[in-house]
Write a protein that binds this ligand. Structure first.
Ligand code: NAD
Length: 356
């Protein structure tokens, strides 16, 4: 028995997690996965019920789960809530509480969606890469000063620091990810300027000695940002620190054509959390038109990384691809004049289930 804690959250979170659980149930029936679900609150919904965005009970349930499936949190309703109680604080609380040290964001351009990409079809057809971002270190978690006076001027500062064990942990995961894919790893840093990047590069090179079957190269972050636009097909796995990863993973996500399609995994030492990259989309919440595919593909990642159910993961991924290839489109990826069939969240879920 594997226990999955489901946190629907706010806005479209409820609709999209419902879809993903239905798909997981279908995969369970086919592949005998023996899954059990426990639903918990977080975000604005939890604030309304308990006065806090991440109740202790939710965090404890996650700590005891085999994996966590997360929808999205936030919305205008909570705009005037105190900063430390805002719905989005639940995400940071989960990252910290579960020590989710690595964020994996795959970007796979599905053939039938190449025209949705802002890049030319010939550049994006066949793109299949994963960005592995360090998530609990670097400048986001270093010391900072909001304001001080030095030499008669006001200044602020944020401290970037990385330790060797922090870099080793994320690098090993990135090499292991590359090993089960096409065996190519690109490490991204700014070693021509930053001391932390030089330590990063030295550490990556040392870990590489244990992964002779993976081809490693290094890129400066500015070059990597450019290469993602001019030749994204060259990448298999990219590993980088927290700040560079934040920026590059959003840049890479748009190559796919719709944020409604993009999954992610945040890997921890206790358990791991899986969620679509988009937010709670308050503008379309409750209308039944949200694209559930990002969450469904996150559920496939959950099966792959937390439950090692590779066949079931692949069957979900190919069911999503077939649904799209058969012309079914939710509103965010629909366009007139292509013989597409416009469907809502529930129909999209049914079509995917049929193809598992
Ligand atoms: P958003 O991702 O929620 O929405 C941006 C646009 O994309 C909207 O037009 C929305 O309708 C559309 N969209 C998003 N997901 C979609 C889907 N599955 N199907 C179809 N269309 C989709 O970003 P935002 O509007 O900047 O933020 C809304 C709220 O979500 C804010 O409160 C923000 O803080 C929060 N947020 C939460 C997370 C999270 O929970 N991980 C991430 C980002 C933003």
């Amino acid at each position: 028995m594997s226990k999955i804690v489901v946190i629907p959250g706010d806005g479209i979170g409820k609709e999209i997690t419902e879809s993903a659980v239905e798909v997981l149930k279908k995969a369970d029936a086919k592949f005998n996965l023996n899954l059990e679900y426990e639903f918990k609150d977080a975000g604005g919904t939890a604030y309304d019920k308990f006065g806090m965005p991440l109740p202790e009970e939710t965090l404890n349930a996650c700590k005891n789960a085999d994996a966590v499936l997360f929808g999205a949190v936030g919305g205008n309703k909570w705009d005037n809530v105190k900063a430390e109680l805002r719905p989005e604080k639940a995400i940071l609380g989960l990252r910290k509480g579960l020590n989710l040290y690595a964020n994996l964001r795959p970007v796979k351009v599905i053939d039938s969606l190449v025209d949705n990409s802002p890049l030319k079809p010939q550049l994006v057809k066949g793109v299949d890469l994963v960005i592995v971002r360090e998530l609990v270190g670097g400048i986001y978690f270093g010391d900072r000063c909001e304001s001080e006076i030095k030499n008669n001027s006001e200044r602020a500062w944020d401290l970037e620091n990385y330790s060797v064990p922090e870099v080793e942990r994320i690098t090993k995961l990135a090499f292991e990810t590359a090993k089960i894919r096409r065996g190519k790893l690109t490490s991204v840093d700014k070693a021509n300027v930053l001391a932390t990047s030089r330590l990063w590069r030295r550490t990556v090179n040392k870990i590489a000695e244990n992964f002779s079957d993976v081809e490693l190269n290094h890129l400066y972050v500015d070059n990597c940002a450019m290469q993602l636009c001019v030749n994204p097909k060259q990448f298999d796995v990219i590993v980088t620190g927290n700040l560079f990863g934040d920026i590059l993973s959003d840049e890479a996500a748009v190559i796919g054509g719709s944020i409604g399609l993009m999954p992610s995994a945040s890997i921890g030492e206790l358990t791991s959390l899986y969620e679509p990259i988009h937010g709670s989309a308050p503008d379309i919440a409750g209308k039944g038109i949200a694209n559930p595919m990002g969450t469904i593909l996150s559920a496939a990642m959950l099966l792959r990384y937390s439950l090692h159910a590779e066949k079931a993961a692949q069957s979900i991924e190919s069911a999503v691809e077939k649904t799209l290839a058969d012309g079914f489109r939710t509103a965010d990826i629909y366009s007139d004049g292509f013989n597409f069939k416009k469907i809502g969240t529930v129909e999209a879920t049914q079509e995917i289930c049929k193809r598992i």
